[in-house]
Design a protein around this ligand. Structure first.
Ligand code: 5AD
Ligand code: SF4
Length: 472
């Protein structure tokens, strides 16, 4: 058993991370013969992409995917630690699975992802959920075949969670969710240590993949018909800083654009590392999409300082206005209300920034204390009802601007990558504009996977409807 340790998780050394080449032993390749798996994923895009790797590893072990949890022989929950409500959702689900296991004792049940990297959670599992079969963390997805085989052999919980700075694992197999758009990891971990955030503890030190491996992956995706890639990392703008070779995010972005793949996106940006040359590259290459997610978190300088965000309201607005000069750009954000000690005045500062930025949309959250982070120890005496009221006021404002931003699209013709059948109407397809607006389109199914010109006929707060004009 290998338990996580928060103290060790926050250590940062100058050591260069190891690059490990994934491979799977022959012995493990038939372990899942005639068995099926089901994975439920919580949280961010990084977790979604990890699930794509886990699925492919399981398939190398001869497991096949089951669309229904109740029918699966192996059930895995890939968990998120960012806020408390994720915890409740996961343990609610574990309760359901326990019932299932009582009637089908041979099923294999596992947990992985960020939540199990938390000391208290791993302890809870060890003490109260011994009936689980496998638990592994974010650092050892590549070891899944061995861990699973060990649990099956010994018929007891195999828990292996490492609190290390982390390695870079290359050549992991991947079963991608989409045939048209793909995630490409460019870096792992985060060294920013914003005081509220658990990510630097659950995902380790910032470590960038080499540009050669990234560009190779993009070229391969392009060759297999992918139209869109999203460069993925906790703080992509800091790409390359840890490599120390003077090659940064703007260099990578331009090289990614030069591969000629039709769409290049990137998430998530931290305002601190956003350079002017990145803005120039986005303006220069039409295949770098004019869509930026620029987390604000708070509009109060006092709170930003307590959060350890390293920018002020003024410098954020200056950057925002520079980005806004990119033609046709859409900008979205993340905001936390109710950070410890946030006053009405601080909250009003946040509203002022929102009014100045008129975001295309935003993810908004109530502060959730995460054990082990500095903010969890700060005195927080704002009642929950006040925090909820602030969230409500903020959301109303965000929705108003989201609707206004969408209204600008009415009767316009915009490029949309058609990626799926529409959820609201099976006769329609859905996709996203270059600016990341969700559009439901009247279009035949053979247009799936194409970027088409769509005339917008109707706009709502969170989506739009349109029809194809012609292909581009
Ligand atoms: N409480 C509330 N929201 C949080 N986020 C990160 N940590 C916390 C927390 N402890 C939000 C931030 C971040 C987004 C991914 O989640 O806004 O940008
Ligand atoms: Fe968390 Fe801050 Fe790193 Fe984002 S930049 S992952 S909010 S510590």
């Amino acid at each position: 058993m290998q338990m996580p340790n928060l103290k060790e998780a926050k250590v940062r050394t100058q050591n260069t991370p190891r690059t490990i080449n994934y491979n799977i032993k022959e012995d493990y390749k038939s372990l899942g013969k005639n068995k099926t798996y089901f994975i439920k994923t919580y949280g961010c895009q990084m977790n979604e992409h990890d699930t794509e790797n886990i699925k492919a590893i399981l398939e190398q072990m001869s497991f096949r995917e089951s669309p229904i949890m109740e029918n699966a022989d192996l059930i895995l929950l890939n968990t998120c630690a960012i806020r408390e409500n994720a915890h409740n959702k996961v343990f609610g689900m574990i309760g359901r699975i326990k019932h299932l296991k009582e009637s089908k004792p041979n099923i294999i049940v596992g947990m992985c992802g960020c939540m199990v990297q938390e000391e208290i959670i791993a302890e809870e599992i060890k003490n109260k959920y011994k009936w689980l079969d496998i638990v592994f963390g974010t650092h050892n997805i590549n070891e899944l075949p061995r861990i699973l085989s060990q649990s099956l052999k010994e018929n007891k919980l195999a828990l292996e969670v490492y609190s290390i700075e982390g390695d870079i694992i290359e050549n992991m197999p991947v079963k991608r969710e989409s045939k048209y758009k793909a995630w490409v990891n460019i870096m792992y971990g985060c060294d920013k240590f914003c005081t509220y955030c658990i990510v630097p503890y659950t995902r380790g030190k910032q470590r960038s993949r080499t540009k050669e491996n990234i560009i190779k992956e993009i070229n391969e995706l392009k060759k297999s018909g992918y139209k869109e890639i999203t460069l993925l990392g906790q703080n992509v703008n800091a790409y390359g800083k840890d490599l120390g070779v003077g090659y940064d995010m703007s260099d990578l972005l331009s090289e990614a654009a030069k591969t000629g793949i039709e769409r290049v996106r990137f998430i998530t940006s931290h305002p601190w590392d956003f350079t002017d040359s990145m803005i120039e590259i986005i303006k220069k290459y039409p295949n770098v999409m004019p869509y930026i997610h620029l987390p604000l978190q708070s509009g109060s300088n006092r709170i930003l300082k307590l959060m350890g965000r390293r920018y002020t309201k003024e410098s954020y607005l200056e950057l925002f206005n520079k980005i806004k000069e990119i033609p046709n750009v859409a900008i979205t954000t993340d905001i936390i209300v109710g950070f410890p000690g946030e006053t009405e005045e601080d909250f009003n500062d946040t509203l002022e920034v929102v009014k100045a930025c008129k975001y295309d949309s935003a993810f908004t959250f109530i502060f959730s204390p995460r054990e082990g982070t500095p903010a969890a120890k700060m005195i927080d005496n704002t009642p929950l009802e006040i925090k909820e009221k602030r969230l409500y006021i903020l959301n109303n404002l965000i929705n108003k601007y989201a609707r206004e931003a969408n209204e600008n699209y009415l009767n316009k013709i915009v490029p949309v990558l058609l990626e799926n059948i529409s959820e609201k109407n099976s006769e329609m397809l859905m996709g996203y504009t270059d600016t990341m607006k969700l559009v439901n389109v009247k279009a035949p199914k053979d247009k799936l996977g194409q970027i088409v010109n769509v005339k917008i006929n109707e706009v709502k707060t969170w989506s739009m409807d349109g029809e194809i004009i012609d292909e581009i």
